[in-house]
Design a binder for this molecule. Structure first.
Ligand code: NAD
Length: 494
């Protein structure tokens, strides 16, 4: 049976890759190819950037008011809402995450288009009470030009939207590069731009690999800004290339987030919080609470309850709404997780649950790994320092608040942290002293279009979501108008 074949969107037209090449995209549950994706290269990137540049400089987009842009974004939000279910099903097929999770995301995605659509015409410059006579000075916020939006495979449309909504609201045009593992939902989403009324070339999509498509996009002289979510190494490469072109960047990278349970926590809630931190999304989330710090006085009881709960997690078909743990998304990721489990064993950590691939007889050719809990972990071990991006939890005991803070902050990353306590003093003190872009107290994995998201330290640069995110896609201009009747001395600075 022939597989469905997707096309890319360039300048408002659906096309094959310039080379005509395609690659297979896989269903992680079945472990089989299910569709063909255009394998673009630098020629496609050149065309997409040219279309975006043209739309930015000459198309109707260039003269549209911010209010009109906002209306288009809100229409796009309505269309995503109307198509949320089919988009979610495509994502499940492509990345193997749970239908409950992906549907939750695609139903929530419209809010970013509504929020930034509403914000588009509320970005105001100022008239400055300038300290010079005979001159009027005001500021304007202007778009940057062509934005490259590069996204990973774990939450394809959500992470794309975090870039696209503010970039378009600010008046930029965009070239999207989805992950080579999960391009289908972005291409289906691309059908909605025309329906929403976006002029051709305002949003373009090219698909393919990081080296062949991502790099030419980042280095293209007509790309003004790169908004990237992905792994740390690719992020570094993107940052270096962008630096050579003196481009603006936003980087959302990895994490090794501490989820900290104090002995005064509501234990049942904290157990669920620990589970949600690591086994939701099969651990394939940048904000995974992959280091569980548990106060020594409750450590053994807590671990027992955690293991008992995790053991009941229902693994299986991600398209089944009752499934709680699905497959991992890609074969390289599957191998990487198993390698880390071996590292944990060799470092002397004890396996309290799982510790290997899931039973082939039950899960066929899908890429399933058992939810795995390591105890006896020391924060210096590799399984405590390196991002695994899978269902592998490292449990680390601590004595008191000072030790919890020291361990929590002893990491190269700083994306998120969780704290479980009933003490308001402790909650406030911890949220101040944890070096992370997001701190959750008595909850975990909450995000909103209103709340800034991003990393401290090696977890990234810049913020997505929240009002300030629009300024990541704008630049400020200062305009001076002389009101003087006489021209001053031209040889001195005014
Ligand atoms: P990845 O870095 O391999 O790929 C991300 C994207 O970048 C893909 O589209 C890829 O093709 C592209 N790419 C790769 N090399 C490139 C290059 N040199 N130039 C330009 N583009 C390039 O990451 P991944 O494996 O797809 O995703 C997992 C990673 O993403 C994890 O490390 C995770 O922590 C991180 N992540 C971060 C966040 C966040 O918001 N902080 C969210 C989700 C995922």
């Amino acid at each position: 049976m022939s597989l469905p074949r997707y096309q890319v969107l360039i300048g408002g037209e659906w096309r094959d890759a310039a080379s005509g090449a395609v690659f297979e995209t896989h269903d992680p549950y079945a472990g089989k190819a299910w569709a063909l994706i255009p394998e673009c290269n630098d020629q496609d990137v050149d065309r997409a950037v040219a279309a975006a540049k043209d739309a930015f400089e000459r198309g109707p987009w260039a003269t549209m008011t911010a209010t009109q842009r906002g209306a288009l974004l809100r229409k796009l939000g309505d269309l995503v809402a109307a198509n949320a279910e089919s988009l979610a099903r495509t994502e499940v097929r492509d990345n193997g995450k749970l239908i409950s999770e992906m549907l939750g995301q695609t139903r929530y995605v419209p809010q970013w288009y509504y929020y930034f659509g509403g914000l588009a015409d509320k970005v105001e410059g100022g008239v400055l009470p300038i300290d010079k006579a005979g001159v009027f000075n005001f500021t304007r916020w202007e778009p940057l030009g062509v934005v490259a939006a590069i996204v990973p495979w774990n939450s394809p449309l959500l992470l794309l939207t975090w870039k696209l909504a503010p970039a378009l609201a600010a008046g930029n045009t965009v070239v999207i590069k989805p992950s080579e593992f999960t391009s289908a939902s972005a291409l289906e989403f691309g059908r909605l731009f025309e329906q929403a009324g976006f002029p051709p070339g305002v949003v373009n999509i090219v698909t393919g690999y990081g080296k062949e498509v991502g790099e030419p996009l980042v280095t293209h002289p007509d790309v003004a800004k790169v908004a990237f979510t992905g792994g740390e190494l690719s992020g570094q490469r993107v940052y270096e290339s962008a630096a050579r072109g003196l481009k603006r960047v936003t980087l959302e990278l990895g994490g090794k987030s501490p989820n900290i349970v104090f002995d005064d926590a509501v234990m049942e809630d904290a157990v669920k919080g620990a589970i949600s931190g690591i086994f939701a999304a099969t651990g394939q989330t940048c904000i995974a609470g992959s280091r569980l710090l548990v106060q020594r006085s409750i450590h053994n009881e807590f671990v027992d309850r955690l293991v008992t709960f995790a053991r009941t997690a229902k693994m299986g078909d991600p398209a089944d709404p009752d499934t709680q743990v699905g497959p991992v998304t890609t074969p390289p990721q599957y191998r990487k997780i198993l390698d880390y489990i071996a590292v944990g064993r060799s470092e002397g950590a004890q396996v309290a649950l799982g510790g290997g691939p899931a039973d082939k007889a039950r899960f066929g050719d899908g890429w399933f790994i058992e939810p795995t809990i390591f105890t006896g972990v020391n924060n210096r071990m590799r399984i405590a320092q390196e991002e695994i991006f899978g269902p592998v939890l490292s449990v680390i005991p601590f004595e008191d608040e000072e030790e919890a803070i020291a361990i929590a902050n002893d990491t190269a990353y700083g994306l998120a942290a969780g704290v479980w306590t009933q003490s308001i003093r402790r909650a406030l003190m911890m949220s101040e002293r944890l070096r992370a872009g997001t701190v959750w107290v008595n909850t975990y994995r909450a995000v909103s279009f209103m709340s800034p998201f991003g990393g401290y330290k090696r977890s990234g640069l810049g913020r997505e979501s929240g009002q300030e995110a629009i300024y990541e896609y704008l630049q400020q201009k200062s305009v001076w108008i002389s009101t003087a009747t006489e021209v001053p001395n031209p040889f001195v600075l005014r």
